[in-house]
Design a binder for this molecule. Structure first.
Ligand SMILES: NC(=O)c1ccc[n+]([C@@H]2O[C@H](COP(=O)([O-])OP(=O)(O)OC[C@H]3O[C@@H](n4cnc5c(N)ncnc54)[C@H](O)[C@@H]3O)[C@@H](O)[C@H]2O)c1
Length: 316
C-alpha cells in the first residue's frame, strides 16, 4: 500500500467518523463508511458529500475536492465493507464493551497487514488492545472535532504497537494537512487530560456560584486562551516568570486547597535561579536571544489574531 491510494474503512459513521472520512477522502484515500445501521451509514455518506461541497464552495477546501469525496461508499455489512481495507478507523461509541466487540469483529474481517486505529478520546490503547490477537498493528489515532479543520492528531502507541506499521497512515495524515504527535498511552492522553481538567475547574466555579458559563467562556477566549493558538502552557509560564507562577500557586493553594500546590518541577527550577525567559532557561530552555524573538513574535501574533477576530465577528 502507499499513502496515495490507501483504502480506508471507517467503522462508526457518527459525528467523528463522518468528518474523518471526509478528510481522508479529500487527501485521496478510498473510503467505505460503515455503521451498524445502514440508514445511518448512507446518511453519513450523503452528509459527508454535502459538507465537502459546501466547504469547497466556501473556499474552505481545495477546488475539485468535493468531486473526490463523491467517489466513496457506505455499508452496514462489516465483512463486505472491510474487504480490501488497508487502514481501519474505529469511531464507535466511547464504551469499552462496545469498542472491544467492534475491534474483535474488525480483526476477524481484515488481513493481517491491515492497520487498525481507534479514535478513542480517553481509553488507553493497551486496554482496548486486549480484544485483539494482533495488537502490534493497533494504534490510537485520536482526531479533534471538527476533524476536517483541526490540524492536531494524537498518535498513541500501545505497548505492543509496531510503529513501523504506521508509516503509510502517517504519510496520509500529513498529506491531509494534519500534524500527528506521538503521545504516551495514559487515560485521556495529553489533550483530554488537559481539556477535562480545565472543564472540571470551570464547572466547579459555576457550581459554587463564582461565575456564569458566559463569564468563564469570555475570560478564557479573551484572556489566557487568546494566547493558546500560538503558545502552550510552558512557553506561557516561561514568559510570565516562574517566580510569578510560584507566588500565584501559594495564594491559590491557601485559598482553594492542595490541588493548587506549587508543582515540584517549578519549585526546583526557582531554587536553582531559573525564573524562565527573564533569566534564560525555563521549561523550554531558551536563550535570552530566542526569548526576545519569541516576545516579538508574540506581540505580532496577538495583534493579527485580534484583527482576524474582529473581521470574523463583523461578518457574523
Ligand atoms: N465527539 C467528539 O468531539 C469526539 C472527539 C474526538 C474523539 N471522539 C471519539 O470518537 C468516537 C465516536 O464519537 P462520536 O462523537 O462520533 O459518536 P457518535 O455517537 O456520533 O457516533 C458513533 C457511531 O458508532 C455507531 N456504532 C455503534 N456501535 C456500532 C457497531 N457495533 N458497529 C458499527 N457502528 C456502530 C453508531 O451507530 C454511531 O453512528 C468515540 O470514541 C469518541 O470518544 C469524539
Amino acid at each position: 500500500m502507499t499513502s496515495q491510494t490507501l483504502r480506508v474503512a471507517v467503522v462508526g459513521s457518527g459525528y467523528m467518523g463522518k468528518g474523518i472520512a471526509q478528510t481522508l477522502a479529500r487527501a485521496g484515500a478510498t473510503i467505505t463508511l460503515i455503521d451498524r445501521d445502514a440508514e445511518v451509514a448512507r446518511a453519513a455518506l450523503d452528509a459527508m458529500i454535502g459538507d465537502a461541497v459546501a466547504a469547497e464552495a466556501a473556499g474552505l477546501a481545495d477546488p475539485g475536492s468535493a468531486e473526490v469525496v463523491r467517489r466513496n461508499s457506505s455499508s452496514a455489512d462489516l465483512e463486505s465493507g472491510l474487504a480490501g481495507a488497508e487502514f481501519v478507523v474505529e469511531a464507535v461509541f466511547e464504551e469499552l464493551s462496545v469498542k472491544h466487540a467492534v475491534l474483535a469483529a474488525i480483526e476477524a474481517n481484515v488481513s493481517e497487514s491491515t492497520v487498525i486505529g481507534t479514535n478513542t478520546s480517553a481509553i488507553p490503547v493497551g486496554v482496548l488492545a486486549t480484544a485483539l490477537r494482533h495488537p502490534e498493528r493497533f494504534f490510537g489515532v485520536h482526531w479533534f472535532n471538527p476533524a476536517p479543520y483541526l490540524p492536531g492528531i494524537e498518535i498513541i502507541l500501545g505497548e505492543a504497537s509496531d510503529p513501523a506499521l504506521l508509516d503509510d497512515v502517517t504519510a496520509l495524515l500529513v498529506r491531509a494537512g494534519k500534524k500527528p504527535v506521538v503521545v504516551a498511552d495514559t487515560p485521556g492522553f495529553i489533550a483530554n487530560r488537559l481539556q477535562f481538567a480545565l472543564f472540571k475547574e470551570a464547572a466547579s466555579m459555576v457550581e459554587d456560584g463564582t461565575a456564569t458559563p458566559q463569564q468563564i467562556d469570555e475570560v478564557v477566549k479573551s484572556g489566557f486562551g487568546f494566547r493558546l493558538p500560538f503558545f502552550g502552557p510552558f512557553a506561557i509560564a516561561d514568559m510570565a516568570g516562574l517566580d510569578v507562577y510560584a507566588s500565584s500557586y501559594a495564594t491559590l493553594s491557601a485559598g482553594l486547597g492542595s490541588r493548587f500546590d506549587c508543582p515540584p518541577s517549578l519549585a526546583e527550577r526557582i531554587a536553582k535561579g531559573d525564573l524562565g525567559t527573564k533569566t534564560g532557561g525555563g521549561y523550554l530552555g531558551m536563550s535570552k536571544e530566542e526569548s526576545a524573538e519569541m516576545a516579538s513574535r508574540r506581540d505580532r501574533s496577538y495583534v493579527a489574531l485580534a484583527r482576524l477576530r474582529a473581521e470574523l465577528e463583523s461578518e457574523a
